[in-house]
Design a protein around this ligand. Structure first.
Ligand code: SF4
Ligand code: SF4
Length: 248
């Protein structure tokens, strides 16, 4: 049986999501029994372009990113965005709220014209994306579940509940009770509520779970904790989950 050919690419980001694949030390040898990795800059020198499933981390943040992802789309039968940067634009989108001339001068000084840049976007803004595995970094367990679904030709379904559901199951004291604004009520679960479980607020790295959750949070948070939805939406800018009109 032919092994599916897998490739992993990185655009603008810290490449932590690609690294998460290399960190699957206990499962990597088993994975390699059933798939062939043909292109993975972080892990090998060979470059193959006949690709069944292409995984991409990082955002579109430069004209070169845009050209690259268009090329990857042509070579990949299935294209999967991994991580908040690829799925939402990620922390790269913070620059979108500042004048380009200012951040370009701050980062590149008088050499700014050497480094073309543009507003950061998710890769779905440029090419068709077949699946998204969000998170900062992506959740390794979700990646493994996705790979198993693809290998067994079963449908992959993204988690449909908010982070709060997983947080409640763990019995964590809600951070709102401590006066901390947490994005769990509006953020897609599947991360096992890892941040609230360790006492840190959810920062929305898995994107908005649904319009309904957002509408409910708008009412509940105001009534229960006197937190206006605008305050929640402002925090959701951090990973690009909210960019003014880009909500679901
Ligand atoms: S989503 Fe987070 S871990 Fe992944 S590339 Fe972006 S910044 Fe890095
Ligand atoms: S701490 Fe955050 S994720 Fe947990 S229940 Fe409260 S709002 Fe939801």
């Amino acid at each position: 049986m032919m092994k599916p050919k897998i490739a992993i690419f990185s655009l603008t980001g810290c490449e932590g999501c690609s690294l998460a694949i290399l960190e699957l030390e206990d499962q990597l040898l088993d994975i390699l029994q059933v798939v062939e990795i043909v292109n993975f800059r972080e892990g090998m020198t060979e470059r193959g372009w006949d690709i069944d499933i292409g995984f991409v981390d990082g955002a579109i943040s430069t004209p070169e990113d845009k050209r690259e992802v268009e090329e990857l789309r042509k070579h990949s039968r299935v294209l999967v965005a991994i991580g908040a940067c690829a799925c939402l634009g990620g922390i790269n989108t913070l620059k979108n709220h500042q004048p380009a001339s200012e951040y370009r001068a701050y980062v590149y000084g008088d050499k700014a014209e050497w480094f073309p840049t543009m507003d950061a976007q998710p890769i779905s803004a440029v090419v068709k994306v077949d699946y998204e595995l969000p998170g900062c970094p992506m959740v390794k367990e979700e990646f493994l579940r996705f790979v198993k679904c693809m290998l067994t030709e079963r449908p992959f379904r993204a988690t449909a509940n908010a982070v709060c559901v997983e947080c409640k199951k763990k019995g964590v004291l809600c951070l709102y009770e401590k006066g901390i604004i947490c994005l769990g009520p509006v953020t897609r679960g599947g991360c096992d509520a890892i941040c609230p479980a360790y006492g840190s607020k959810c920062e929305g790295c898995r994107g908005v779970v649904s319009d309904e959750a957002l509408a409910a949070a708008g009412v509940n948070l105001r009534e229960q904790y006197d937190v206006p939805l605008d305050r929640v939406l402002a925090d959701m800018r951090f990973h690009g989950a909210y960019q003014e009109k880009s909500l679901p």
